[in-house]
Design a protein around this ligand. Structure first.
Ligand code: AMP
Ligand code: ZN
Length: 108
């Protein structure tokens, strides 16, 4: 848990969020400023700054995030219409929350 990290605060229950899934290592909640009719964030419980900080040991976690995103797309009924999965990496890549998260966007 990282001090001053908004997503760690959400994970600790100190800040509200609309959760759609809460697993042992990954959670999913709604993006507070949606850029699409469906805009969810797939977030590991462990504080990892960005994709740059992933290691070889994080393979299972990365797979779980992507498979969870696919499952959330299915539950949100956007599997067939299609969706985007997006990692913004560091400031130049548009990242503003420095706790790893995968965007699921769709439903247009
Ligand atoms: P990124 O630009 O990839 O770092 O994306 C961060 C995302 O987190 C943005 O789409 C924000 O709208 C979203 N966000 C920021 N604060 C919150 C919050 N308290 N609850 C849910 N989503 C948030
Ligand atoms: Zn964090």
């Amino acid at each position: 848990m990282e001090k001053g990290c908004i997503f760690c605060e959400i994970l600790r229950g100190e800040r509200p969020a609309v959760f759609l899934y809460q697993g042992d290592s990954v959670v999913v909640f709604k993006d507070i400023h949606p850029h699409a009719p469906v805009h969810l964030l797939i977030v590991p419980r462990r504080h990892i700054r960005s994709v740059n900080d992933l290691t070889e040991q994080d393979g299972d976690l990365i797979a779980e995030m992507i498979l969870r995103a696919r499952e959330m797309a299915r539950e949100s009924l956007i599997s067939e219409s299609g969706y985007k999965l997006l990692f913004n990496v560091e400031r130049g890549g548009g990242q503003i929350i420095f706790h790893l998260h995968l965007h699921l966007l769709g439903g247009w």
